[in-house]
Design a protein around this ligand. Structure first.
Ligand SMILES: Nc1ncnc2c1ncn2[C@@H]1O[C@H](COP(=O)(O)OP(=O)(O)OP(=O)(O)O)[C@@H](O)[C@H]1O
Ligand SMILES: [Mg+2]
Length: 334
């Protein structure tokens, strides 16, 4: 046993861009995920951050085999999911579940909570008869802090935070080992966000769950993550333990993301250095040559246009920047 529940190797997801009356001509590809390797230890949380459109959700979906990868492998407990025949993959599906950003649109408004939570159980033949299923569902409602009377109610009868608890219960009722939480708190009020993150944390401690938590905001994943990966245009640009990443970001993009997070202390906030990124995110259909970040990097040099930097080890981080050592002294983390 390697202790790794998830092992992703050189994963690529390229979506064809089509043209023509029946969309039969492929004129290019959106390289949503373009060569990502990462692993997640059993019982650990990997936080994946990056701007909108950088490929976070696609990576999460490809990990769960909800989107078919173009290349690369995804192993769950040593089993390569990308090569499994459909019936074997079906059996693996209950081991991994997803929590979505917007609980309102991911919960069917016409079904009551019992029926929503029964769906997965029925699909996988878990819980036996209705009483058996109800016992599992009851236990799960307790675990996520929802009252038993929720069973006969409908999604619109709950607040945003409670609806996200229902979303978590729906994932949890199947006793998964891995949960991919895609922006689990972005749709919630700030005051509710911490409650939901704390709930995820408690459930992990109790049940030994492994998480991939996706967020565009570094602050959201900071406390819950053991390891944080920063994604830019389909690739990881930096990965480090949560503490190391926040204390001393090495990649210029991570530094820029970090400098955009306001600091509660007004004195620190006043002296906070801001790195403003130039221009817009380039298209993932036509990424820049060499380093993808170079068109927006304040420190880009000629080499950056020619050579794509590999993710390499620098001071205990993995970082994809030719000049990580030189830049590491610049702009200490705020
Ligand atoms: N099914 C699809 N077909 C074609 N292109 C897609 C598809 N899904 C995603 N994309 C494209 O892939 C890129 C990555 O999208 P993705 O949704 O993974 O980004 P994201 O990081 O999750 O963004 P956000 O923070 O906005 O959720 C985008 O350019 C998107 O338009
Ligand atoms: Mg997304």
């Amino acid at each position: 046993m390697t202790g790794k529940l998830v092992e992703i190797d050189d994963l690529k997801v390229h979506f064809p861009i089509t043209k023509g009356i029946i969309f039969d001509k492929v004129i290019g590809h959106v390289k949503a995920v373009d060569g990502v390797s990462l692993s997640i230890g059993q019982g650990q949380t990997y936080g994946l951050v990056g701007e909108s459109g950088c490929g976070k959700s696609t990576l999460g979906r490809a990990l769960l085999q909800l989107t078919k990868p173009t290349a690369g492998s995804v192993k769950l407990g040593g089993v390569d999911l990308t090569t499994l025949p459909p019936e074997k993959l079906r059996a693996q599906r209950k081991r991994m579940q997803m929590i979505f950003q917007d609980p309102m649109s991911s919960l069917d408004p016409r079904q009551n909570i019992e029926s929503i939570l029964s769906e997965g159980l029925l699909a996988h033949g878990i819980g036996g008869n209705r009483d058996g299923r109800r016992a599992l569902i009851s236990r799960t409602l307790d675990a996520v802090g929802l009252p038993q009377w929720a069973l006969s109610r409908y999604p619109h009868e709950f607040s945003g935070g409670q609806r996200q608890r229902i979303g978590i219960a729906r994932a949890l009722v199947l006793s998964p080992e891995l949960i991919v939480a895609d922006e689990p708190v972005s749709a919630l009020d700030v005051s509710i966000q911490a409650q939901v993150i704390n709930l995820l944390d408690e459930l992990q401690n109790e049940l030994g769950l492994t998480y991939l938590v996706i967020a565009h905001d570094l602050a959201v994943v900071r406390h819950i993550s053991d390891t944080v990966g920063v994604m830019y245009l389909g690739a990881l640009v930096e990965e480090a333990s949560s503490n190391d990443l926040y204390r001393r970001p090495l990649h210029p993009y991570t530094k820029a993301l970090m400098s955009a997070v306001p600091v509660p202390d007004p004195l620190v906030e006043e002296r906070r250095e801001r790195i403003l990124l130039k221009g817009d995110l380039p298209s993932p259909a036509n990424p820049p040559s060499g380093c993808r970040f170079r068109t927006r990097c304040p420190w880009a040099k000629e080499r950056c246009a020619q050579e794509r930097p590999e993710l390499r080890e620098v001071d205990g981080h993995k970082v994809a920047c030719h000049y990580a050592e030189e830049l590491s002294g610049l702009l200490a983390a705020v």
